[in-house]
Design a protein around this ligand. Structure first.
Ligand SMILES: Cc1cc2nc3c(=O)[nH]c(=O)nc-3n(C[C@H](O)[C@H](O)[C@H](O)COP(=O)(O)O)c2cc1C
Length: 170
């Protein structure tokens, strides 16, 4: 696996960061480089053809604050030719009407800027009312719920990373 993948995540209380590390380790072979979006610059996206974007949903349907801060600058990034996967952490019980909204918001923007989305994920096994992260009945990326279903996280990551290896063509 010689291709490089940049994983850009934001986190408020550390859950999305922990998940990012598990995803990196699951890929193995040092293919994934982590970037905390609070430390990253927009030019860092240019380094990669393959991207993984991680964002928790905060404040009832909002982006995590560091992603919020960089959101308008995403318009200046040329995502054409880039293959992009998304994962989020959220709380399907506490925020059932806005579960995982953040990855839906980011995917909409990045695909408008040319990114090709991969890594769609079934809604089977979740219980929520609504989400901006839905596309044709699927989540736009891996939906994790550390608040209510942390016991499922490792298996979900294993399955999704295996799917991504194939979709990235690694
Ligand atoms: C005030 C507050 C608002 C939240 N809003 C949402 C929400 O709208 N949708 C959702 O799915 N999760 C929501 N969550 C849950 C967080 O997204 C979840 O705990 C997440 O794993 C936090 O990730 P982090 O530790 O990386 O910041 C909210 C949590 C809090 C405390």
């Amino acid at each position: 696996m010689s291709k490089k993948i940049g994983l850009f995540y934001g986190t408020q209380t550390g859950k999305t960061e922990s998940v990012a590390e598990i995803i990196r380790d699951e890929f193995g072979n040092n293919v994934v480089t982590l970037h905390d979006i609070s430390q990253a610059e927009i030019a860092d996206f240019d380094e990669y053809q393959y991207l993984i974007i991680g964002c928790p949903t905060w404040n009832i349907g909002e982006l995590q604050s560091d992603w919020e801060g960089i959101y308008s600058e995403l318009d200046d990034v040329d995502f054409n030719g880039k293959v992009v996967a998304y994962f989020g952490t959220g709380d399907q019980i506490g925020y059932a009407d806005n579960f995982q909204d953040a990855i839906g918001i980011l995917e909409e923007k990045i695909s408008q800027c040319g990114g090709k989305t991969v890594g769609y994920w079934s809604t089977e096994g979740y219980d929520f009312n609504d989400s901006k992260a839905l596309r044709n009945g699927k989540f736009v990326g891996l939906a994790l719920d550390e608040d209510n279903q942390s016991d499922l996280t490792d298996d979900r990551i294993k399955t999704w990373v295996s799917q991504l290896k194939s979709e990235f063509g690694l």
